[in-house]
Ligand binder design. Structure first.
Ligand code: NAD
Ligand code: APR
Length: 239
């Protein structure tokens, strides 16, 4: 059914979460066995509070994640989505991920709701750096301020340009496919509902149940995203 909907769709929008990158080797946040937040309290390390009051733990946590995105690479599924954008099938990708893997695989129309680990900026003067600084254990700006990743921390608002772009794309979609998100974080988890309210078919592909399964036209559990995208890609007769 999904391949027919994909074939017939005029405006497919993809929404991805951490489950899109686990097959590249990056852990997600909430899956039963490996989720990062199963072992650590996010509010104590991935928050503005942690940055201000617990900067060593904050930097340790984010240096580990920067090393991860530098070491691991996009997998076949990222490249399939990029090819589908190239032939006009996928119109855009809305991602909660901060690994930059969609762009690395060639996707161009990507809204990064939670920012990116590829860049850092100074907490004091705002000057931007490549996250290579964290790899080299450089944590201070030339003005001596602390360098932090360009990700949205707990307690911060989302980048307005990405938010507005995601809103417009969700309203235009006639097929909205969620790949690898528990859909448990606001306001990111509102976009599948906005798409549905504007007439899109909603498909949720996630290893485990999500909070939004009830609203989906179809749900695919217990299926690895990479495998599913490869099967769909083989089945498509792209005209
Ligand atoms: P939250 O569930 O408390 O609220 C979401 C955030 O989005 C709030 O900070 C709120 O100000 C903002 N928001 C709500 N409605 C908005 C709108 N209409 N336009 C723009 N912004 C709006 O989330 P949180 O616990 O404060 O975390 C903030 C976000 O950062 C979450 O989406 C979370 O997933 C993300 N986050 C990212 C990382 C990371 O490493 N990338 C780590 C922690 C949190
Ligand atoms: N195939 C299909 N589903 C998968 C795969 C896979 N290969 N790997 C993991 N999953 C599923 C897990 O079962 C899990 O339910 O992906 C989901 C990922 O959900 P979360 O770990 O909650 O990640 P996400 O939804 O992206 O979290 C949202 O929370 O902390 C913040 O900023 C962080 O962007 C993140 C946001």
């Amino acid at each position: 059914m999904l391949s027919e909907w994909l074939q017939k769709s005029n405006y497919t929008v993809i929404f991805t979460g951490a489950g899109m990158s686990t097959e590249s080797g990056l852990p997600d946040f909430r899956s039963t066995n490996q989720g990062l937040w199963r072992k650590k309290d996010p509010s104590k390390i991935a928050s503005t509070q942690a940055l201000n009051n617990n900067v060593e733990d904050f930097i340790d946590f984010y240096r580990e994640r920067v090393l991860g995105v530098k070491e691991y690479k996009p997998h076949k599924g990222h490249y399939i989505l990029s090819n589908w954008e190239g032939i006009g099938k996928v119109k855009s990708i809305i991602t909660q991920n901060v690994d930059g893997f969609h762009q690395e695989a060639g996707s161009e129309r990507v809204a990064e709701l939670h920012g990116t680990l590829q860049k850092l900026h100074c907490q004091t003067c705002g000057k931007e750096y490549d996250s290579e600084e964290y790899v080299n254990k450089e944590y201070h700006c030339s003005c001596n301020g602390i360098l932090r990743p360009n990700v949205v921390l707990f307690g911060e608002t989302l980048p307005q340009d990405a938010f507005q772009y995601a809103l417009k794309e969700s309203e235009k979609a006639d097929l909205f496919i969620v790949l690898g998100s528990s859909l448990s974080v606001t306001p990111a988890n509102q976009f599948p509902l906005i798409a549905k309210e504007n007439g899109a078919k909603l498909v949720i592909v996630n290893q485990e149940e999500t909070q939004m399964d009830f609203y989906a036209d179809t749900v695919i559990h217990n299926k690895k995203i990479g495998e599913l995208l490869e099967e769909l890609d083989k089945r498509m007769e792209w005209d």
